[in-house]
Design a protein around this ligand. Structure first.
Ligand code: FES
Ligand code: FE2
Length: 377
């Protein structure tokens, strides 16, 4: 695991290093970030959490409120995530000190009132919305919470009118920025996803000449970059939102899919993606086909690792329900967990990626000069 904690000249303008104290890490911590799907944290449970190479404790009180807290107890520093939830508080498993959702010690068996009133652990602002738990892990006051509804009404389709609304998450074992850039890399779609878009291609072979590569247009706003297919016939629209967000609209078989996604670093060599997925289906949800049980298959990241190592091929997973994810995973992790981008050969089709890197650099410079972050939504 690579964790960079001290600045060097190279890292000053590089988004890929987000450990504590790094320039990109400070910028990323200045925005709300999703940290877990709501359904993955039951009331009365606690778990450890790693975001941007830092440890935290995440628990949900019996009152249903999610709390992001320091990783270690204020007393003798054991991990709080193995403690027990009591009411809205968390009791350490070592000597039983109990901390409330504001981080204050509320009980320390055998200790004085004075000690109890003084002991505390750090807690972080936490919000829950659209099936995701978000935390603000930076210093000072958090910025306004992302207004996804308004953004969707202006640039998308209106989340409030979606036929289905769900969340999705996965871990990908490469730097988060590789996936952020992929959001504006429209040229990869007909190639990387040729199998998932038409499984018959396994039999007929594949000719690059047969692929219709749509020309794209790139539109740049103050804090966003939008990529569309030129000509405006396709509903396809990918909008990068500083610093690690993507708003995506794609045509699907029965209608339109709109997605808000965040690629959140676990550390510098792996990240977790969180997405809010809205589907607009004019004829309503299709009756469920024979259920494809995801549990019957290995997780997408494991399949991708087998393919990268040459032990399996993509066609071996043609029926995998997460084939699209496996395809992206292979392409992105195939670049290396922390890709050496100094050896790339960028081309015309990379103009979205180039704009994205420029925007990040500009924002890093402005942030280093003390400018406040600009909320995109
Ligand atoms: S280390 Fe937590 S109570 Fe002692
Ligand atoms: Fe993709």
């Amino acid at each position: 695991m690579t964790v960079v904690t001290e600045e060097t000249d190279d890292q000053v303008r590089d988004p890929v290093f987000t450990g504590p104290g790094t320039p990109a890490g400070r910028l990323m911590r200045s925005y709300w970030q999703p940290v877990l799907q709501s359904r993955d944290l039951a009331a009365g449970t606690a778990q450890p959490l790693t975001v941007m190479s830092e440890q935290y404790t995440l628990y949900r009180g019996e009152d249903g409120v999610a709390v992001v807290m320091a990783p270690r107890c204020a007393h003798r520093l054991t991990v709080l995530s193995v403690g027990t939830v009591e009411g809205d508080s968390l009791r350490c498993m070592f000597h039983g000190w109990k901390f409330g959702p504001d981080g204050r010690c509320v009980e320390a068996p055998g200790e004085s009132e004075r000690l109890v009133s003084r002991a505390s652990v750090k807690v972080y602002p936490t919000r829950e919305a659209y099936g995701l738990i978000f935390a603000y892990l930076g210093d000072g006051e958090p910025p306004k919470f992302p207004g996804l509804d308004g953004f969707s009404r202006t640039y998308g389709h209106d989340l409030g009118k979606a036929t289905t609304l769900d969340t999705e998450t996965y871990v990908r074992r490469c730097n988060f920025f590789t996936n952020v850039e992929n959001g504006l890399d429209h040229a990869h779609v007909p190639f990387t996803h040729r199998l998932s878009s038409d499984p018959s291609k396994t039999k007929t072979g594949f000719s690059p000449d047969a692929v219709h590569q749509e020309p794209i247009e790139v539109e740049r706003g103050e804090n966003i970059i939008r990529v569309r297919e030129r000509g405006g016939k396709s509903p396809y629209q990918a909008t990068f939102l500083m610093p690690n967000g993507l708003h995506l609209i794609v045509g699907i078989r029965d209608g339109i899919m709109e997605q808000f996604a965040w690629r959140v670093p676990i550390d510098d060599e792996q990240h977790r993606s969180f997405a809010i997925v809205a589907r607009y289906l004019p004829d309503g949800p299709a009756p469920r086909a024979a259920a494809v049980d995801v549990a019957d298959w290995p997780p997408a990241d494991e399949c991708a690792e087998l393919i990268i190592r040459g032990e399996k091929r993509l066609v071996d997973f043609v029926d995998h329900p997460a084939l699209v994810n496996i395809e992206d995973h292979v392409a992105q992790v195939g670049m290396g967990r922390l890709a050496d981008r100094t050896h790339e050969y960028l081309a015309e089709s990379d103009k979205g990626v180039v704009q994205l890197r420029r925007m990040w650099r500009r924002e890093l410079d402005a942030f280093a000069d003390g400018a406040p972050v600009r909320q995109t939504w």
